[in-house]
Design a protein around this ligand. Structure first.
Ligand SMILES: Cc1cc2nc3c(=O)[nH]c(=O)nc-3n(C[C@H](O)[C@H](O)[C@H](O)COP(=O)(O)O)c2cc1C
Length: 401
């Protein structure tokens, strides 16, 4: 996504400016062309020569330059995207009010390309109402904000205000660039295991980590899709991933069925409870009351509901099996999905929570394609490739089972 793209990296005057050198390096490694613009304060924290050596061109620091009569508009027109990392409180304030009195803010203001801002500052500065007002304004104006994270800050402090990880910033830059083979497509993904309350503190759950669904959401976003991720698990941050947090099968069903109305592809990777307590207790169950009688009832059939939609997305189901995947082949036929991803969660490397997965692709006619053990990110990429072939009416795949 970044290969061949022209990225302007704006650096402003915070301690985290030294990390901008690493970010520049990562962007270059991804194949991007990078030019740097720095505030004067930034040059107190990281040497312009360092950035010149990494990117192959000298950073712009002064607006009134001898070589270029208008460096900010030159950079702004050149850029496919601009990223300001770190973005100081002062620079956020300038951008929120349209003040363009230095090389970084003038470049951002002169540009019509997407802009990513990665704030970094002490917690007190970040939490000031003024800074929060500026951030709200910048979001409303269409800027993409990444971070800040919670963690160690300069001077031994700890808290919110730490620059987001440079790799995550690079990912965000890739995320705001237009293009990609799923550009203009809406992808709906579910992840994690549902939790069905027994009482306010206890639930019936499962061991799903959400990693497979997260990998699919990120892979789809990287290909340019607008992704809705309905999840019970911690979600990845990506500018093109909208996260809807849910807990129960009922909540997941409502969110999925609504989002499916304008989705092009739906990948249902969550582990959804088949049964849930019919009457969860309003207060905590007590040991003294003896073992409770928990009556279970069926949960909504999310996949079935999607399959029954009049105008439905391309539908991908997941089946976690234990031992044989025969039941998954029946499920693919019964549910009317376009593709089913089955895995044996008792197999080595495919357990819940693992970073790898060995899956079998089941097509509607019951034919199967066993894929070798690979990382969940690799499964996600290959799955999207496979879906593209199927959606374009290409080869329906595997040998009959
Ligand atoms: C040692 C030191 C560290 C600083 N670190 C930060 C910081 O992390 N974030 C921030 O917003 N401002 C920080 N500041 C304050 C900025 O440098 C100051 O607001 C400056 O005017 C920012 O200018 P600029 O946005 O034009 O680069 C720091 C100042 C000093 C002296």
């Amino acid at each position: 996504m970044l290969a061949g793209r022209r990225i302007v990296l704006g650096i402003t005057g915070g301690v985290a400016a030294y990390k901008a050198a690493y970010l520049a390096r990562r962007l270059v490694e991804h194949g991007a062309q990078v030019r740097v613009v720095m505030t004067r304060s930034a040059t107190r924290f990281v040497g312009a020569q360092t950035l010149a050596a990494i990117t192959g061109s000298h950073p712009v620091v002064e607006l009134f330059d001898d070589d270029d009569v208008s460096p900010h508009t030159t950079l702004a027109r050149w850029a496919d995207s601009i990223v300001v990392a770190p973005a100081t409180a002062a620079t956020l304030s300038r951008l929120a009010t349209g003040l363009s009195d230095d090389a970084v803010s003038a470049t951002v203001l002169a540009s019509t390309s997407p802009v990513v801002l990665a704030p970094a500052m002490h917690t007190e500065m970040w939490e000031q109402p003024a800074t929060q007002r500026n951030i709200a304004t910048l979001i409303a104006d269409g800027y993409t904000i990444v971070g800040p994270d919670v963690g160690a800050l300069a001077g031994g402090d700890e808290g919110v205000g730490r620059l987001a990880d440079p790799d995550e910033i690079a990912e965000s830059v890739a995320g705001v660039l237009p293009g990609g083979e799923l550009s203009g497509q809406r992808v709906l993904v579910t992840a994690g295991g549902t939790r069905e309350p027994i009482d306010p503190v206890r639930f019936i759950g499962n061991r799903s980590s959400g990693k497979m669904g997260n990998a699919i959401a990120v892979a789809s976003a990287r290909r340019g899709a607008a992704v809705t991720l309905v999840t019970t698990a911690p979600a990845p941050r990506h500018p093109r991933v909208e996260v809807i947090a849910v807990e129960t099968a009922r909540e997941m069903a409502d969110a999925v069925w609504k989002a499916a109305e304008d989705a092009d592809i739906a990948l249902m990777a969550a582990a959804v409870a088949d049964f849930a307590p019919e009457h969860p207790e309003a207060t905590k169950l007590r040991r003294a009351a003896g073992p409770p009688q928990v009556v279970l009832g069926p949960t909504p059939d999310i996949l079935g509901g999607l399959a029954a939609m009049e105008k439905r997305p391309f539908l991908v189901g997941f089946a976690a099996e234990t031992g044989s995947i025969e039941a998954a082949i029946d499920k693919a036929r019964e549910k009317g999905v376009d593709l089913l991803v089955a895995n044996d969660v008792t197999a080595l490397g495919s357990e819940f929570g693992s970073d790898t997965n060995e899956v079998v692709i089941v097509l509607p006619d019951g034919s199967t394609e066993p894929w070798e053990l690979m990382t969940k990110s690799e499964v996600a990429e290959r799955l999207l490739d496979r879906i593209e072939v199927l959606r374009s009416g290409g080869d329906t795949g595997g040998a009959p089972s």
